[in-house]
Design a protein around this ligand. Structure first.
Ligand SMILES: [Zn+2]
Length: 69
């Protein structure tokens, strides 16, 4: 996804900015320096959601099969 580590994108307007920029040159919002990818937690969370979703869909399908057979 990120080919160039010296470039970051403004999370507000999506424009490309130098990594050292502390505020966006385009929309003038402050860019808080925090880890760029806090996705490791949310990814596992979404994985759990997918598992729960898959199980509930399977249960619904089984119930439908029981009703119709
Ligand atoms: Zn911006």
């Amino acid at each position: 996804m990120e080919e160039n580590t010296t470039i970051k994108t403004c999370r507000y307007c999506g424009k490309e900015l130098p990594q050292e920029a502390i505020f966006c040159y385009y929309c003038r919002r402050e860019l808080v320096t925090r880890p760029e990818r806090p996705e490791s937690e949310s990814q596992s969370g979404s994985l759990n959601w997918r598992i729960v979703l898959a199980i509930s869909v399977a249960i619904i399908l089984i119930i439908i099969l029981i009703i119709f057979l």
